[in-house]
Write a protein that binds this ligand. Structure first.
Ligand SMILES: [Zn+2]
Length: 254
């Protein structure tokens, strides 16, 4: 039906029909529950942990490099000491003797310093390696939880995929018959409320969305279908029971 030819009743029916389709889509989302969010959260967490593990590994490599550097310094010093010791055997005077023994002392101090630094790097290494093992443990647990949730989610998606696709198509088809201004309003209200309801019936003299009382005069106007009436409290479009019965009947026939 071309948009220009639609009566208010037609417009309300189209809107309500779209609402019933979209509500079914929402129901599937609820059925999936928190699983998609949980999967995404776990994936983020694992990515974060992996970054941490990479950093720890890098820093462990750095520490090992540093320790090796000190070890090679010690070797150099030991080499020098050996050389000086040999020179001492052929020393010609006291001055030379003093200079050599001083050098040897210096190199011994160098060795002590390097050993102390190696001790520090070892402590650091042990701490970092412990952290690495812990992080690897946690990531393993998270990965297992993620795998489990993914299987669960895939099972649900498998079950609902076809239905979701059909509903999405129905929803898109329904949208094509609704004028842009109304559709924009509908979509705006839909995302505003957690239950996704933008078109609601009047039930027991109250708005079916926010449950505030609808005055008799307004109810009368809704029934007359001369204009589209929104709840003054929540902004949802209000429809009378007739519309609902008609749309539900049409849906049943199809
Ligand atoms: Zn309301």
């Amino acid at each position: 039906m071309a948009v220009q030819e639609q009566s208010i009743a037609d417009k309300l029916k189209l809107l309500y029909r779209l609402q019933t389709i979209d509500s079914q889509i929402d129901e599937i989302e609820i059925f999936k529950g928190e699983l998609p969010i949980e999967v995404r959260d776990l994936e983020d967490e694992i990515a974060g942990l992996q970054t941490r593990i990479n950093r720890l590994q890098e820093s462990i490599n750095e520490i090992k490099k540093e320790a090796n550097h000190h070890r090679s310094n010690i070797k150099d010093s030991e080499g020098l000491i050996q050389r000086y010791d040999k020179q001492l055997e052929t020393v010609k005077n006291n001055r030379e003797y003093d200079a050599l023994t001083k050098e040897i002392e210096m190199q011994k101090l160098e060795i002590q310093l390097s050993e102390k630094k190696i001790g520090e790097t070892q402590k650091n290494l042990v701490a970092k390696e412990e952290m690495l093992v812990q992080a690897q443990d946690v990531i393993k647990q998270k990965q297992a939880a993620l795998d489990e949730k993914k299987v669960e989610l895939e099972k649900i998606i498998e079950k609902t995929e076809k239905e979701e696709k059909e509903l999405a198509k129905l929803s898109n088809d329904a949208k094509e018959h609704i004028e842009d201004r109304l559709l924009r309003a509908y979509q705006k209200i839909r995302v505003t409320y957690r239950n996704g309801l933008a078109v609601v019936p009047v039930r027991r003299n109250a708005c079916g969305g926010c449950f505030n009382v609808i005055p008799p005069q307004v109810q009368l106007e809704i029934g007359q279908r001369k204009k589209i009436i929104a709840c003054e409290h929540c902004g949802r479009v209000l429809v009378d029971d007739e519309i609902i019965i008609e749309v539900d009947a049409e849906t049943l026939v199809k």
